[in-house]
Design a binder for this molecule. Sequence first.
Ligand code: ZN
Length: 292
Amino acid sequence: MSAKIYLHWTATHYDWVVRDHYHTIVTGNGRIHRLHDYTIDLSGHTYRRNDNSIGISCACMGGEDPWDLPPTDAQIEAMCQEVARVAKSWNWTEKDINVKSIMTHAEAASNRDGWIVHENYGPLMWGGTGERWDFLQLSRRGATNGGDVLREKILKYFQGASPAPKPLKFVSDQTIEANGKPLTVSIDENGSSWARAGELLTLYNLSYFWDSSKRRILIGNSDTAPKYLQDKVQPSVGYPLFEMSLQGGNSPIILTGIVRDGRAHCRVLEFAEEFGITASFNPLKLGRRLGG
Ligand SMILES: [Zn+2]
């Protein structure tokens, strides 16, 4: 059976970002928080359906009256764009965007794909116990075809209907010192320095594997733990993205970077922070790797 994508809400406040539950969480402001590599299974997002699937969740619908914190428009659009990106990266076609491959938790709970793997714990109107109803509706008293509406949006993004974001501009190149050696960095329009991820990893003797087909870098070091920083690189940066993740376990994402001129680049300070490398400024200089 081919992989499935399950769409959830967290039943929390808008800023809830916690690892090990979902592969990706979208906060109320529409920002994407990539938490785990899409190639690994997590065990707890969709009852009896976690093998060969991923869970993407909007942080919302918490509290006594969940509709006091409904999914925001920004959140729904960002989630649908993310699903479209994943579908593309898995070489899906438009035909794959259907209820058998992309399901809301409401639909999954009611086995709406015809795959009966558990009792019906979905919406009452579908004969279920009513325990899970993620995206049955997208708004208070809204129509009960939330899954269809989301798949329509996903298809639209999959077909490339939304205008491509303007790529981040790079204004100059510089050479800085990193671990006592020269490193070429590119400065973007906001003043952030970027460097080739492979070069940074090599300078710090970190073993890695570049999986070009999946645009990811796997890190072998067991002494690294992601910091889950809030300010991650977003798709709006306008370049193809790559992900750096830790090998093993739930394969947490360390950072997201961009592919520029065919090479993986990441932000220098984010890299330093994630890997416990000291940094000093004016001029920017990276020191030794001393730990977090
Ligand atoms: Zn759910």
